[in-house]
Design a protein around this ligand. Structure first.
Ligand SMILES: Cc1cc2nc3c(=O)[nH]c(=O)nc-3n(C[C@H](O)[C@H](O)[C@H](O)COP(=O)(O)O)c2cc1C
Length: 339
């Protein structure tokens, strides 16, 4: 309700400015003790050996550096994913690099993994009070050649291992040159074999098993989805996130901003992401849990993702358009039993 008054004001600002203003205000309110913790009554669920208090998560990209965990925790999420983080800090692409498409309830972004680097992320996590489930999404630096990408993921995996509830291998951002090539059979096979073996070593070292999850694009045909699914099974990957943003401009072709380069999220992505989840579910047959994301703008969209085979869901653009009330709206639809 409150957000419907706030949104037109925020939408008058540049998206990155609006992001800073919003988090500035939330952080201040948190310090003054003015933020009420949104309680989400929901039956817990076990996924990847982790107990999730509810199935609604925050998708990667909103809190790239893990700077706002305590504030985000008040919104009632069952889990929060931070990142994408890279081994070294990098500024990302020049601004403007994020565009709202209000008529379509969409966003186009070409941020390009702007982040303060994995070491800073860890410092931020250590200083936060957040005790909930934390996904850490890792990627490669823009200037690391794609042939050496695995090394960047290995560095991040090593550093974040003990701090994460699960780790997401992001190979599907459209804004880092050639990154999506890592979804091809040969590259993915090699990468998963290296990272799973590293995970094994780290689990022995730390006495803690941190699940590895792969995040894929929506711009894949059925045979590519099948190939990926087979590799996920072969390497016993712990989970899959479907999907990242899309290169498609379906649904917004007629709008001026559609020519902007980048990945599109929000309402025009809903169906495509759900279709990928259906296909993954068909090929995986419940062997690997699916986290559904992409254009969840309402409780019904979330339910559709779960009906398609997802056991957890994440939101990002829906939060921008609908506000934090979306978390409790979704919970009413997807939480079987209040406890
Ligand atoms: C501005 C912006 C930045 C994003 N940054 C990342 C990122 O760093 N890593 C990542 O895996 N996904 C990133 N995403 C993708 C989201 O996590 C999500 O997969 C995608 O937006 C689809 O969900 P949505 O329609 O609910 O936004 C970003 C999305 C947006 C809009």
């Amino acid at each position: 309700m409150f957000y419907s008054f706030l949104r037109p004001l925020l939408f008058k600002l540049d998206p990155e400015v609006a992001h800073c203003v919003t988090f500035g205000a939330i952080e201040k309110a948190l310090k003054l003790g003015l933020l009420k913790h949104q309680i989400i009554p929901c039956q817990q669920r076990q996924v990847m050996g982790i107990t999730f208090p509810n199935p609604i998560g925050l998708a990667a990209g909103l809190d790239k550096n893990g700077e706002h965990l305590d504030a985000l925790a008040t919104l009632g999420f069952g889990f929060i994913e931070v990142g994408t983080v890279t081994p070294r800090p990098q500024p990302g692409n020049p601004a403007p690099r994020i565009f709202r498409v209000p008529k379509a309830h969409a966003i186009i972004n070409r941020m390009g993994f702007n982040n303060h680097g994995v070491d800073r992320l860890i410092e931020n996590i250590k200083t936060s009070s957040y005790q909930g489930i934390l996904g850490i999404n890792i990627g490669k630096n823009f200037d690391t050649p794609i042939e050496n990408a695995v090394e960047d993921y290995r560095i991040c995996l090593h550093k974040v291992y003990r701090y994460a509830s699960y780790i997401t291998i992001n190979i599907s951002s459209p804004n880092t040159q050639n990154l999506r090539q890592l979804q091809s059979a040969t590259a993915l096979n090699e990468m998963l074999s290296e990272l799973k073996s590293e995970q094994h070593n780290l689990s022995q070292k730390h006495g803690k098993y941190t699940p590895l999850v792969v995040k894929i694009a929506p711009d894949l045909d059925t045979s590519q989805v099948e190939t990926i699914a087979k590799l996920l099974i072969k390497h016993q990957v712990d989970g899959v996130i479907a999907t990242n943003t899309t290169l498609s401009r379906n649904g917004i072709e007629h709008l001026a901003v559609s020519h902007e380069t980048g990945g599109m999220s929000g309402a025009p992505l809903t169906q495509a992401a759900t279709e990928i989840i259906k296909q993954l579910h068909h090929f995986l047959q419940d062997s690997i849990p699916i986290i559904g994301v992409g254009g969840i703008m309402s409780a019904k969209d979330a339910k559709d993702k779960i009906d398609a085979g997802a056991c957890l869901i994440q939101i990002y653009t829906g939060l921008v358009y609908q506000g934090p009330g979306l978390v409790s709206d979704i919970a009413k639809e997807v939480c079987e039993t209040a406890v």
